[in-house]
Design a protein. Structure first.
Length: 168
């Protein structure tokens, strides 16, 4: 597989979000060689990531690509430095309820610690909402900590329900 392979079609990327980004930043589907552009490093603001080898990274990337009707991971790149600076995923779940409805789940929103506060997080969410709407989801949901509630409210979300977790 060529290293410049994109996870999914460029047509799922919102032109409005691209236009709203600061100059020198690009929003696009995750690419196979974002391993070298620091994608996993960006995720470290979220939690422990691990020390995946390139081979392990490609194994996961290839799985997501084979399921790219369900998995949409996007990246914002700083073009001059050729680095990933922000990322996020929307996963499209297929339900029976709501007439075989689709629900979008937003996961793993991360902005590099040095790049926070430039509205890149907001743009990632807007871009993921665009994908959810384009796929026909009737709602898009996510889990977050209490301290991030104001951020998601600024992104147009409202608080509903509670998260439950069980760790193996
Ligand atoms: N509390 C209050 N307001 C906030 C917060 C916060 N914690 N974070 C951002 N905002 C506000 C900003 O002030 C801004 O408001 P404005 O429009 O009035 O100026 C607006 O929200 C948009 O902020 P951005 O600049 O887009 O935020 P940023 O690019 O820093 O991204 C994020 C926010 C994603 C939370 C980032 O700080 C980050 O990566 N944090 C660490 C990882 C994390 O917590 N990720 C989310 C996990 S939940 C999930 O993945 C579903």
């Amino acid at each position: 597989m060529s290293t410049e392979i994109a996870l999914f079609e460029e047509s799922f990327i919102s032109p409005q979000v691209q236009a709203a980004l600061p100059e020198g930043y690009t929003v696009r589907p995750l690419r196979a060689n974002d391993y070298e552009r620091g994608f996993l490093k960006v995720l470290e603001v979220l939690t422990e990531v691990g020390n995946q080898t390139k081979e392990q990274w490609l194994e996961r990337f290839n799985y997501l690509k084979q399921h790219n009707h369900e998995y949409f991971t996007i990246a914002i790149c700083n073009d001059r430095e050729n680095r990933v600076v922000a990322a996020g995923t929307i996963f499209v779940e297929r339900k029976f309820v709501h007439n075989n409805g689709l629900v979008g789940h937003i996961e793993d929103i991360a902005v590099d610690a040095n790049q926070q506060g430039k509205k890149l997080g907001l743009r990632i969410i807007e871009a993921l909402k665009y994908i959810g709407a384009k796929k026909g989801c009737y709602k898009v949901i996510l889990d977050c900590s209490a301290k991030n509630i104001p951020f998601y409210e600024k992104c147009g979300f409202t608080q509903k329900e509670y998260e439950m977790a069980w760790y193996v």
